[in-house]
Write a new protein. Sequence first.
Length: 285
Amino acid sequence: MSEMDQLARRFEADRPHLRAVAQRMLGSAAEADDAVQEAWLRLSRSDTSAVTNLTGWLTTVVSRVCLDMLRSRTARREDIAELPETPAAAETQPENEALLSDAIGPALLLVLDTLAPGERLAFVLHDMFAVPFPQIAEIAGCSPAAARQLASRARRKVQGREAEEDRARSRTVVEAFLAAARGGDFAALLALLDPEVVVRADAAAVRTGADELVRGANAVAETFSGRAKHAEVALLDGEAGLVWAPGGTPRVAFAFTVAGGRITGIDLIADPADLGAMELTLLGN
């Protein structure tokens, strides 16, 4: 069997996954097939001898193709926004489009169509296919923190009222965390933290003295116990978090991930560009 035949066989094994990614990214089975075919063309023209994870490489390629298609679609919509609709513009969807709608839900499909291309990319890849934010950032051409915020914005739009309730619960947890940290209440901190909680700091935060990675409830509780005295509760792109803002200027944001009433992750963001890109609202103490 030739090397190209082996590559084609491997691609066919990954085709269902790639098509699923493309369908959810684009909301169109026909466009998804086009994106997957383009991924094959790029694969056939590339030297992948050094690629250790071909499925991940192909996922990245098809995602970039889909992102380009979404951006092109958005540009076309803006160009024709002022034009009256014609019969030719209202095409009937084939049966496989209905199957896609059944698979992910017609309501979700409609909401996905309202997302900006970057938001849709981040939401689909992270929330539906568990692609890590650093990989999404490479595809979208942004930082991991910015990719996380894209997914967060998309998630709010998708989840609607349920998200509002989740944010209210998360704010309660964050406020309790701040109170326990300030008071040095180690037991209260442990009660709020998931046993496998992880704290990550970006490069700018590390330069200020933060540890790049802290893992486990005990270690995280020790890190924050008796501290955060000058932090304030804030909304970070609509999500409850903390901010250290001396003189009213945000210097470090603490983005929380809360699940089941416990904190599973805290991201320390100090990069000025990422802070500037956030929709940040101080709520006070």
